[in-house]
Ligand binder design. Structure first.
Ligand code: TYD
Ligand code: MG
Length: 487
């Protein structure tokens, strides 16, 4: 009897209130205005009901219910386009000079394409502890020193913590405001009141808008907060720099949607346990991408490194060891000399191990396949480890030849001449493809004291009498050319 009574009571309650999926009434939301969506936290896929597996990205258990109140449509799109705009003839569109403001850090300016563009939204992403807050506090200090008004929104640390860091960095200014706040609406109100030139938001994952009921860091919150910040940047011509954390697999948490919305995306990478850090531009609506800036973390914050080659090569043994090769990679407009190391040894496991650090895993497998088929190196029972020294990531194909030579010399226990640099892309039949900016790469090698360069045959027209140039057509020729006579 009592069971039937309870059931009837529940139906009665359901008639009055909206029931959520646990049959709890949602009292505080007006009926008819509540929208509930299930959103994949990996890729942003939206659906009306729960699914165990995301049909878009295939992630399991990644869909989270997010309840959304009816929002007023924003007057501006994520790309900063005002919604009530009219079509214009291209010849009639006036472009003013974009105003760029120097960050006071020349490496940072170079990545931005010459400084921060007034009214742009910039995202700086990186692992926790890499130095994002440090570089932006240093930048804020520099800008404030030049008379700009800066609002530093600290959503993760208290004012005292930020002040301690500022003291360490020697920053003190009348124009730098520290604002510990996580509420987007309060941040917006303060921006209206202070009218700063630049706003730093540390970090986007820690702030929330009260128009959305899901927690800070969820896809809806990140999207909404980013939208609001974009609207502020574009309508009030305020430069906004946003910090974003990356997940374990290297994506910006919360996720790709953030990259699409902002004007500029900059990654801050490096080995947390070493002192150097690399800033890399991934997207820039106002400049070149794939530029890098190199910094060293010291006791007084980040210092620019003007000659990075010394930093990457100074731990290298001058006598040469089997399995080490120096490549010249081209990062944006700057060539960089980097050491690639390989270790090859008989495997104790049933199937051999392949480990790639700093180079693309499938690229390494492809190089191994070419070495087996075209050079006759038998690696089927060998473990292969490849590592880029200095903790940097190389995605340029010109590193192929260096990787192949590091592996081949280690397998054959011979040494590459320590004065030689190796440049070239490898094709599947073992042929060496040309690379871009060969002259710049050679000049960089000469500056660092290298005497010999193995380069692709198709690049052989390059003239340089300060370095011995050895053009090679095939991988086999390259391997014989770079083994030192005593090796
Ligand atoms: P931080 O900027 O807080 O990193 P993020 O905001 O990316 O999480 O930097 C954290 C690390 O940097 C921390 O481990 C301490 C170190 N650090 C220095 O070595 N020297 C310094 O002057 C500062 C400010 C930080
Ligand atoms: Mg931080």
């Amino acid at each position: 009897m009592s069971m039937i009574y309870l059931d009837k009571l529940q139906i009665f309650i359901a008639g009055i209130f909206v029931l959520d999926r646990y049959n709890f009434p949602i009292y505080n939301q007006p009926m008819g205005k509540v929208k509930s969506k299930w959103i994949c936290q990996q890729c942003g896929y939206e659906t009306a009901g729960y699914l165990g597996k995301c049909p878009e990205c295939g992630a399991w258990g990644s869909l989270v219910e997010e309840v959304q109140n009816d929002l007023k449509p924003l007057n501006i799109s994520p790309q900063g386009i005002i919604n009530n705009s009219k079509p214009e003839l291209i010849k009639d569109i006036k472009i003013g000079n974009e105003v760029r403001v120097s960050s006071g850090i020349s490496e940072f300016d170079r990545i931005l394409g010459g400084g921060l563009v007034q009214g742009s939204l910039v995202l700086i992403a990186g692992d926790p502890g890499i130095g994002k807050s440090t570089i932006l506090l240093q930048t804020s200090g520099n800008l404030a020193g030049k008379g700009k008004k800066i609002l530093y929104v600290s959503a993760e640390e208290s004012s005292r913590q930020v002040k301690l860091r500022a003291d360490r960095l020697g920053i003190s200014s009348d124009n730098l405001y520290i604002y510990p706040q996580t509420n987007m609406e309060s941040i917006r109100a303060q921006i209206e009141e202070l009218n700063p030139d630049t706003v730093v938001v540390d970090s986007i994952q820690a702030i929330y808008s009260q128009t959305i009921s899901s927690s800070a860091g969820s896809v809806s919150q990140i999207r909404e907060c980013c939208n609001i910040l974009m609207q502020i940047a574009k309508t009030q011509n305020i430069t906004i720099v946003v910090i974003g954390h990356v997940t374990k697999d290297g994506n910006i948490a919360g996720p790709k949607i953030l990259e699409h919305m902002v004007d500029t995306v900059i990654y801050f990478e490096g080995d947390k346990y070493k002192s150097y850090r690399i800033l890399r531009s991934m997207k820039n609506r106002f400049g070149n991408t794939s530029e890098v800036g190199i910094f060293e973390m010291g006791v007084n914050g980040l210092r620019e490194v003007k000659n990075p080659n010394e930093l990457f090569l100074n731990e290298r043994s001058q006598d040469g060891i089997p399995g080490s090769a120096i490549i010249v990679t081209n990062e944006g407009t700057r060539p960089l000399l980097v050491e690639i190391q390989a270790l090859v040894g008989t495997t104790p496991y049933p199937s051999p191990r392949r480990v790639a650090n700093g180079v693309d895993y499938s690229r390494m497998l492809q190089i191994l396949a070419v070495l087996e088929k075209r050079v006759g190196l038998n690696l089927s029972k060998q473990d292969v480890y490849v590592n880029v020294m200095g903790g940097i990531e190389i995605d340029e194909p010109s590193a192929d030849l260096g990787i192949a030579i590091a592996i081949a010399t280690c397998a054959r226990d011979v040494v590459v001449d320590s004065q030689t640099v190796i440049i070239g892309e490898i094709g599947l039949s073992g042929e060496i493809h040309p690379v871009t900016n060969i002259d710049k790469r050679l000049n960089e090698a000469i500056t660092s004291g290298f005497k010999k360069a193995i380069i692709p045959y198709a690049n052989k027209s390059v003239k340089n009498d300060k370095i011995q140039i050895v053009p090679v057509k095939r991988l086999m020729d390259a391997i014989s050319a770079c083994i030192s006579p005593q090796g």
